[in-house]
Design a protein around this ligand. Structure first.
Ligand code: 13P
Length: 250
């Protein structure tokens, strides 16, 4: 059976003291509900957060990105190999903020996917359409192209290490959430295209997460949908109370 997963993407928030106390506070109230919990702090705090989570079976750490280059003279970049050397398990790739603010293309994201997998990192691959694309009814085709361009070259062994996060851009940080019907419809579509390419066993095993203004007041109805296996949470992952409430919504 596929895993239920909750990921807190802190983006560029929380200094060292705030990062460690948020993790400690959440770990002190961790419910035993079988949901895998993933913290995604800034690169500079990955090692600290990994140490805090080490003794918890179901708690892991994700980097928010990695370089598309293996290593070398790329000042400021962080490689997949460096991330893995900190005992990090996951990397978030293709977030819409990276695509839009740093002009990341599907080609660049594909290089990152390949380097992450070859360094034994699991990938949380983000996809999501704009409001304009949804209104023009091209959102299904757009999501399909984001997924096929970045994942369809993988082997079935590799696809087992991929999680997809559907994050409609119009819902990120806006307070607008996809309705449970809109989110379920897209998650089912994503699972269908994975099944068509890799087979239904791999599609059924893949966790597909929802992200975009997921909060304590809407998490339960989203997570109760058959194809929604958890969430990628931004703003509401920055407070212990709201993150724990979302964790208790499964
Ligand atoms: P919000 O939950 O703040 O809308 O952010 C979602 C997101 O981008 C998570 O990666």
């Amino acid at each position: 059976m596929r895993k239920k997963i909750l990921v807190g993407n802190w983006k560029m928030n929380n200094n060292l003291k705030e990062s460690t106390s948020l993790v400690n506070d959440i770990l002190s109230e961790l419910p035993q509900n079988g949901v895998e919990l993933v913290f995604s702090p800034s690169f500079v705090f990955l090692h600290n957060v990994v140490k805090l989570c080490k003794s918890y079976d179901n708690v892991f750490v994700a980097a928010q990105d990695c370089s598309e280059i293996q290593n070398g003279a790329y000042t400021g970049d962080v490689s997949a190999e460096m991330i893995k050397s900190c005992d990090v398990n996951y990397v978030i790739l293709g977030h819409s903020e990276r695509r839009n603010k740093y002009a990341e293309t599907n080609y660049v994201i594909t290089q990152k996917v390949n380097l992450s997998l070859s360094n034994n990192l699991k990938v949380i691959l983000c996809c999501g359409e704009t409001l304009e694309q949804r209104e023009k009814k091209v959102h299904f085709n757009f999501i399909k192209s984001q997924i096929s361009d970045t994942l369809f070259h993988l082997t079935t062994d590799q696809i087992n290490n991929i999680i997809i996060a559907y994050e409609p851009i119009w819902a990120i940080g806006t307070g607008l959430t996809a309705s449970k019907e809109q989110a379920q419809e897209m998650h089912a579509f994503i699972r269908k295209i994975i099944a068509e390419k890799f087979g239904s066993i791999f599609a059924d095993n893949m966790s597909i997460l929802y992200g975009g203004s997921c909060k304590p007041n809407n998490a339960k109805e989203l997570f109760s949908q058959v194809d929604i296996d958890g969430g990628l949470i931004g703003g509401a992952s920055l407070s212990k109370q709201s993150f724990i409430e979302i964790l208790n919504s499964f």
